[in-house]
Design a protein around this ligand. Structure first.
Ligand SMILES: NC(=O)c1ccc[n+]([C@@H]2O[C@H](COP(=O)([O-])OP(=O)(O)OC[C@H]3O[C@@H](n4cnc5c(N)ncnc54)[C@H](OP(=O)(O)O)[C@@H]3O)[C@@H](O)[C@H]2O)c1
Length: 233
């Protein structure tokens, strides 16, 4: 039977998973990955249950959009603490368990904004770009040990996080999950959602950032409006 540990702050949400996926043996661990005691407890619970871990999926994330001067100090600090510090702490604490696996893997969920920063997502984009660098550094820290570290860059995806964002067409969570699993099976380093168009934009952003500045300037008011109530903390 597949065994999956799931962490989240809301215990009720965790338990709902149990009735939705009866073929999985879940280990539910309520906790906040931005709190060091909770992270310690998470790794201890996994160690007690299984003694090792095959795959860590760093998926927890929050967003608070808007012009920087209008994002509260608390939301700035919490976005960094959850999206980045928590991800790093959890990775650190479970690495000894991953090392006991014959083919361990870490899947870090970044965002398209981790490649191409957009106005009104300054803090979120900074955390997601940092996730990309962290992934590459950790993979390079274990060159001879079979630990695959992969980063996923979803575009707008239809989840609770997007309830207050005025996004147009969104990917389904199933599509992101499917591409993530395919990426892992093919030992991809980066899984970038959004098709060829997104890959071209990444090249433009890297090679000619002033072109991307112009694109965002031309869409400024529209982007500001679309993101004004986007908060999911
Ligand atoms: N949806 C998009 O358009 C999109 C696009 C690009 C990237 N992403 C990234 O994809 C990942 C998943 O997001 P989603 O769209 O599925 O968002 P979501 O529906 O809001 O889910 C976020 C999950 O993270 C958990 N979480 C948040 N803070 C946590 C904390 N401090 N400790 C433990 N768990 C925590 C939440 O559970 P609790 O609230 O119960 O803690 C929830 O299960 C995130 O990293 C997000 O940044 C999403």
């Amino acid at each position: 039977m597949t065994e999956i540990a799931v962490v989240g702050r809301n215990e009720e949400d965790l338990e709902k998973l149990g009735s939705e996926f009866s073929a999985v043996n879940f280990l539910f661990i309520p906790g906040d990955i931005s709190k060091t005691d909770d992270v310690e407890n998470i790794s201890q619970k996994i160690k007690d249950a299984w003694g090792s871990l095959d795959i860590l999926v760093n998926n927890a994330g929050v967003v608070s959009a808007g012009p920087l001067t209008e994002i509260s100090d608390e939301d700035i600090i919490n976005q960094i603490n959850i999206n980045l510090t928590g991800l790093i702490l959890l990775t650190k604490k479970v690495l000894p368990l991953l090392k006991k696996s014959k083919e361990g893997a870490i899947i870090n969920i970044s965002s398209g904004l981790g490649y191409i920063a957009m106005p009104f997502y300054s803090v979120y984009a900074a955390t997601k770009a940092a996730v990309r660098q962290f992934s590459d550094a950790i993979r390079r820290e274990y060159p001879d040990y079979p630990l695959h570290v992969m980063t996923v860059y979803p575009t707008a995806t239809d989840t609770d996080m997007m309830k207050n964002a005025k996004a147009g067409n969104m990917d389904s969570a199933e599509k992101v999950a499917k591409q993530t699993i395919e990426g892992l099976l093919n030992k991809k380093i980066n899984v970038i959602l959004g098709g060829d168009e997104r890959k071209q934009q990444i090249e433009i952003n890297f090679n000619e950032p002033e072109k991307m500045d112009k694109i965002t300037k031309d869409n400024y008011e529209n982007m500001k409006k679309r993101t004004e109530n986007h908060r999911s903390m």
